[in-house]
Design a protein around this ligand. Structure first.
Ligand SMILES: [Zn+2]
Length: 150
């Protein structure tokens, strides 16, 4: 059995319903055999959910405005990059290339490139995306840089 959060397309009423399976829900919905408890309409669909952003401890309980949610989202993205990505400083292009060609351990990295390096990477088919400024963490002081090759 599966409990779905549902919404009536006609009156916007939200409700829940138990179904044997996802297929059972689809079948009943197609046959218009699910009734809205509010208006008895049959245009019922599953509610689309977005992940909730848990407010930080400092935030007031209850409402967070959109700007605050966005700010929190960006903060978390930044934190994610700094905790899970290896900072390689301006050796980014070199390191990305080495990973691409299997000369370095495959892992998420971040760092800086020049516009030329970025273009060269793109031409070689090496995927790298520019991180929008608010998403970029502060570079750590102890960058793990490889010694230059030559
Ligand atoms: Zn309804």
């Amino acid at each position: 059995m599966i409990l779905y959060a549902l919404v009536c397309q006609e009156c916007d009423h939200s409700f829940e319903g138990w179904f044997a399976s996802s297929e059972a829900f689809d079948r009943l919905a197609r046959r218009k055999q699910i009734d809205c408890p509010e208006c008895a309409g049959h245009k019922v669909s599953k509610q689309i959910m977005a992940p909730a952003v848990r407010p930080s401890d400092k935030a007031l309980p209850g409402k967070m405005d959109e700007a605050a949610v966005m700010k929190e989202f960006i903060r978390r993205a930044r934190e994610h990059v700094s905790q899970n990505f290896d900072y390689v400083g301006d050796g980014f292009a070199e390191e990305a290339r080495a990973i691409y060609y299997g000369e370095q351990e495959d892992r998420p990295i971040w760092g800086e490139t020049t516009a030329e390096e970025r273009e060269a990477l793109a031409e070689e088919g090496i995927a790298a995306v520019p991180l929008p400024a608010p998403f970029a963490p502060k570079p750590p002081k102890t960058a793990k840089r490889k010694p230059p090759l030559n």
